[in-house]
Design a protein around this ligand. Sequence first.
Ligand code: THJ
Length: 293
Amino acid sequence: MPTTVLYSPDDVRRLLASGDAVVIDVRDRKDFDAGHIPGAVNMPDIFTYLAETTQDGLHMLQQTFASLFADYGLDGKKTAIVYEDALHTRYGASCRGYWILSYLGYPAVGILDGGLSAWRRSGGALTTETVTPARTTFPLHINAGLMATYEDVRAALGSPTVRLLDNRDRVEWLGESSSPYGVDFAPRKGRMPGAVWIEWYDFMKVTDNHAAFRSADEIRALAASRGLRPDDDIIIYCFKGARAANTYVALASAGFSRLRIYMGSWNEWSRNPALPIEDGLPKAAAPYRERQA
Ligand SMILES: O=S(=O)([O-])[S-]
């Protein structure tokens, strides 16, 4: 993980002023049109794209995003800064952008810390004017070590060395809902057998409607409460990789160094009846509990 991941509004202002940044807004088009950071481009696909982790699926993911990022002028020299509304409100969509760019091997990428909420609080202006970047060639260098496929997850089931971390919302972990898009959006509800659970919100602290990641010590302590240590080989999953990316950023910033995201996540896993699930009351080390303040 590069040293700087979270950029303050002032950092982003400086980068924009120097012309060295492409600022990417991952919100829906209608939200973007209502007001966005001056100079930003809109790429909701970062949040909405449903990945499959077959060979074809990965190839499609790589080509789709390399092309979208090329459209927006990501040439390997400009720093890509991704933002959403606030870190806790759009399922970690900006972190998904950060992670996708890291997976594609982009050398300079960050997240606007606190999202648009932090930008506004810092007095940042919004605009409805749009920019049209010049298309470039995206430098694609796949960082395969960041990605877990469904085959990797299947091989990890019951493994003493690979840990599965489910960070979905409580109702999904408990098997009461299949997704954030509706109880029956996906065909099966439940968990991957043996996964431990830390709800993604718990890596953040929300003060006065503003979310920030907890300190590295707090993050390590929370992970340790589920038996996860910084040098563990951990695969994180959620429904389609956004919340998992938020947790990836939290854990990586706290020194966890062997993290992969299962990008297909529950959306892919639940659609393949050959892949086992666990439902009913959780048997693993993270049952229902009240959220921390
Ligand atoms: O966060 S999510 O990808 O599961 S919607």
